[in-house]
Unconditional design. Sequence first.
Length: 227
Amino acid sequence: MVGVTPVAPQEGGSAPPAGQKATGRATILGILAALSGLMFGLDTGVVAGALPFMAVDFHAGPVLQGWIVSSMMAGAAFGAMFAGRISVSFGRTGAMLGAGIFFLIGTLFCAFAPDVGVMIVGRVLLGLAVGVAAFAAPLYISEITVESARGAMISFYQLMVSLGIFLAFISDSFLSSGGHWRWMLGIMALPAILFLIVVLILPQSPRWLMMRGDTERARTVPACSSL
C-alpha cells in the first residue's frame, strides 16, 4: 500500500511496534480522504460525454455549451476563495463533508435539470464542492499522514483526480450508445454518497485539533503518536 513502511518480522513473532501500526492507519485515512480527488476527476470528465446529447435536448448552441462546461470552474474558483476559512472554522473533515453534500446536490440538479439554467446551477454547485475539497483534502492528507509517507500520499490524491477522469470517460462510453446523458450525470451520485460516508468516519486533523487547543484528542489520532 502506498506510504506504508514494510514491517520487518519481530523476534519471536511479536506484533509490530505501535508507531508502525499508526503509520498504516494514517495511510489508510489518507487514501480515504483522497476520494475527494476521485470526485474532482469524475465531475470534470463526465460532461465531455454528456454534452453533445444535452445540447440536442436543450437546443444549446456553442455559447450555452461553453457556459455549461465553464460554470463548474467558475464555481470552483469561488469555492477556493472561502475554502481556507471553512477549513479553519469547521475543520478539514467539516469542509470535506460540506463539499460532499454539494457534490450530491449538484449531481442531482444536473441529472434532473429541465433546462440549461438549472444545469448551470448544478454545475456551479459541483464547482463549489471541487473548490473546497481541492483545498481541504490535500491539507487533511498532509496533516494526517506521517512525514515519511506525506509526499506519496499527496501524489496519490493527484492520481485519483486522473483516475476519476478516466472512469468518467469509461462510464460515458457505455451510456453513449443510447444518448443517456442524464444517466451519465446521475450515476455520479453513487461515488458522492460513498464519499459522504467516508468523510463521516474520518477523524479530525490532529493539527486542527491542536490549533483548537484540544491536545488530548489530537494525541488519539493515528498519525499523532509522536505529538
